[in-house]
Design a protein around this ligand. Structure first.
Ligand code: F6R
Ligand code: ZN
Length: 188
């Protein structure tokens, strides 16, 4: 019987130490090159190494239609050219919604609907972000510390990365006064 069928309790720190049973992923710049627009900056950074942009951990679940998947994402601070480190971003290819809850750090949540309308929201300790169905979502670390948030979505959710790989999304770039959102939806 899968562990997810029993009640359990753990500290969110246990995601980061890897002691929570489930899946995890590490995303390095080499695998994220296509998402950044300053290709010279990408090559320059890669010549010196291959930094981790973000990692995430997911609690094992039963994948039944009534189950909820949850986990933790850590986006490291940094930039590629003017663009801050960010996640790939995706749509849920079904009606699934998602909730993010930020534990620490400073970020922006970028959302884009099927018409290409982009919105961005604050992410900082204590903020809950609700992501309705059909809004693509990407998280960007605009601070100097890791951006850490936990998330919850229906376990049956289908993740669609292809639409964004094909049509683009938006990024956050640093400016003299802080940051601004730059949409690249037409790209591709
Ligand atoms: C799941 C979700 C998050 C992200 C994670 C990594 O639906 O939105 O758990 O999967 O923050 O981002 P992506 O998946 O866009 O690389
Ligand atoms: Zn999602």
């Amino acid at each position: 019987m899968k562990e997810g069928l029993f009640p359990y309790i753990f500290d969110v720190e246990e995601f980061i130490t890897g002691s929570v049973l489930g899946g995890s992923a590490v995303k390095r710049l080499s695998a994220m090159q296509a998402y950044f627009s300053d290709k010279d900056a990408v090559q320059k950074i890669l010549a010196d190494g291959d930094p981790i942009l973000y990692e995430y951990w997911e609690k094992e679940n039963t994948a039944s239609s009534r189950d909820i998947s949850f986990g933790l994402t850590k986006v490291f601070p940094g930039k590629v050219g003017p663009e801050f480190y960010m996640t790939r971003g995706h749509y849920h290819g079904d009606d699934s919604v998602e909730v993010y809850y930020t534990l620490s750090g400073h970020g922006r949540l970028l959302l884009m609907n099927r018409e290409g309308q982009v919105m961005d929201y604050e992410m900082q300790k204590g903020v809950v972000n609700y992501i309705p169905k059909d809004w693509a979502h990407r998280t960007v670390n605009i601070g100097n510390e890791p951006l850490i948030f936990i998330w919850f979505y229906p376990s049956v959710t289908v993740h669609d990365y292809e639409t964004i790989e094909k049509y683009g999304f938006a990024t956050v770039v640093s400016t003299e006064n802080g940051f601004k959102v730059k949409s690249d939806v037409s790209r591709g």
